[in-house]
Design a protein around this ligand. Structure first.
Ligand SMILES: Nc1nc2c(c(=O)[nH]1)N[C@H]1C(S)=C(S)[C@@H](COP(=O)(O)O)O[C@H]1N2
Ligand SMILES: [Mo]
Length: 502
């Protein structure tokens, strides 16, 4: 005979295993056939409109997560109660599992377009749960049981529950990932009027083997974020709320965003954590809606000098309102290099602001723009000691030849990139060993918002040589030689490499 405590734990574990196993099976049968998703769907579809609005008010875009968590908590409470009752009459535990299985199966089969096998995840889950309950009750763990047995019981139940929870969450994440990928695949990007496309000069790219291509392919684009798992948000679930210190609050759906005037621009994104000579920088063609247009509709109030962009995962970036409205091409991007944003680069919508480091501007999985002030709010990295304002510093990098490489003696093309987004690059100079600074050839660019490739011919003689680069922006400011680390507002110094010419 089990005590009530052990009975509760046994049925709780069985219920956990049932849900976990159901989620695993739902990877094969489709997310909509999971009992959690289908019961949740029935609830959403039948809840009175007032309650739904209330939930969205309270939980915002997290309303569905709140529903899942609520369902799991409620189930756990019921399982524990049944377990208490089952302590004296074990068959009650099995009846409880049966009743819940029935609810799950009816819900799954009643969903719109449910496949005939929609009952399978719940059925398999319930069978596994019943099995676990049977297994746990083979061991006497009541008041009269010996300590050895009780320890076995606690350990067995604890590990099983933990395993079921981990497997359940992982499976849930995996099937959501697949459904977001499916959603992304259905998106047709609106066309952009030809006059709003910044044309790419064909000579922008020197096509040198070791030189970073002018346009960074999505698969090679650097990735920086604080997300433990990449947030999974469908375009259907996405909405943006513009609120805070505004005259008029705005909520906009993905379809509404797509109907707005679009621009397409080449913009080079850079991370403040990029070391001199580092690779945390990339250039892409972005398509999106001007932030300034949306802000104009929301009408920021006096003193709202900071726009806080918030991600679905809670990350925030704070951008000066003045920068977003000074005429530059700050946008809510929906596409990167001609395809919907890759999930890890912020699908369905992210912000891109020419001239600012990503940590103060480039929020991925964007769901909120809150008009605030710098005095009132510190964004994610500002709380952690990084500078509140993050304009990108003038920098340059040598890509070819490679640092530590062994190029052949003779005529060599040295090449690299230089950037000073939204100011533009006017000059790049290279120094070989202790020689004079030589002006490199600058390749054309579509705008001042991208990096710029540069090349310089060099008659390389055998032996060790040091190559150093420095850039000058259109404001006449030459990249400083003063070495600074990335923290708190971006690294500085000249990029210098050593080669051993053979
Ligand atoms: N949601 C979210 N957005 C984010 C971040 C983040 O941690 N979370 N990191 C920012 C930083 S620091 C940078 S440099 C850019 C990087 O964008 P990418 O990963 O697409 O290259 O995203 C920005 N947007
Ligand atoms: Mo960054």
């Amino acid at each position: 005979m089990q005590t009530r405590r052990f009975g509760a734990l046994a049925v709780l574990t069985a219920a956990g295993v049932a849900l976990g196993v159901a989620e695993i099976v739902a990877i094969l049968t489709g997310a909509s056939t999971s009992p959690l998703v289908s019961v949740g769907g029935v609830v959403i579809d039948n809840v009175p409109a007032g309650v739904k609005e209330f939930a969205v008010q309270v939980f915002y875009t997290y309303d569905k997560l709140a529903l899942s968590v609520g369902t799991v908590v409620l189930l756990a409470v019921f399982a524990a109660i049944i377990g208490v009752l089952a302590a004296k009459r074990p068959y009650i535990g099995y009846i409880g599992i049966g009743v819940f299985a029935l609810v799950g199966i009816v819900a799954a089969l009643s969903r719109h377009n449910a496949p005939w096998y929609a009952f399978v995840p719940t059925l398999v889950g319930a069978a596994a749960g019943a099995g676990v309950l049977r297994w746990l009750s083979t061991h006497e763990a009541g008041d009269n049981a010996d300590p050895e047995q009780r320890r076995w019981f606690l350990r067995a139940a604890g590990y099983t529950l933990l395993g079921a929870a981990v497997a359940g969450f992982a499976s849930r994440w995996w099937s959501t990932r697949r459904s977001v990928e499916a959603d992304r695949a259905t998106i047709t990007l609106p066309s952009v009027p030809p006059n709003t496309v910044a044309p790419l000069p064909p000579e922008a790219d020197a096509n040198l083997p070791d030189l970073a291509p002018f346009v960074t392919p999505n698969k090679d684009f650097y990735l920086i974020d604080t997300a433990l798992v990449v947030p999974q948000l469908t375009s259907e679930d996405w909405q943006l709320r513009i609120h805070g210190r505004v005259e008029k609050e705005i909520t906009i759906s993905y379809q509404e965003l797509l109907r707005r005037p679009m621009i397409e621009r080449y913009i080079t994104l850079a991370c403040v954590s990029n070391e001199v000579g580092g690779g945390l920088i990339g250039n892409a063609k972005w398509q999106g809606v001007r932030v300034a247009d949306l802000l104009a509709e929301a009408r920021p109030k006096d003193g709202a000098d900071q726009v806080v962009s918030r991600s679905i995962d809670g990350f925030t970036a704070g951008t000066p309102t003045a920068v977003l409205t000074d005429g530059r091409d700050a946008m809510l991007a929906i596409a990167m290099n001609g395809e919907p944003l890759p999930i890890e680069h912020g699908f369905p919508v992210r912000m891109v602001v020419p001239g600012l480091y990503g940590y103060v501007s480039a929020t991925k999985w964007l769901v909120e723009l809150e008009l605030s002030s710098f005095a009132d709010f510190d964004a994610y990295w500002i709380k952690r000691g990084w500078a509140a304002k993050g304009p990108i510093k003038t920098e340059s990098r040598i890509d070819a030849p490679r640092d530590g490489g062994n190029p052949r003696a003779g005529e060599i093309t040295i090449g690299g990139v230089a950037w000073a987004q939204h100011r533009g690059i006017s000059k790049v100079e290279v120094q070989i060993d202790q020689g004079p600074w030589q002006e490199a050839t600058l390749l054309p660019v579509p705008s001042i918002d991208t990096w710029r490739q540069w090349t310089l011919k060099w008659s390389a003689t055998p032996g060790k040589h040091r190559l150093t680069v420095r850039a000058t922006d259109n404001g006449g400011e030459t990249q400083t030689n003063a070495v600074a680390p990335p923290d708190p507002d971006g690294a500085t110094g000249w990029h210098s490499i050593e080669v051993d010419v053979k």
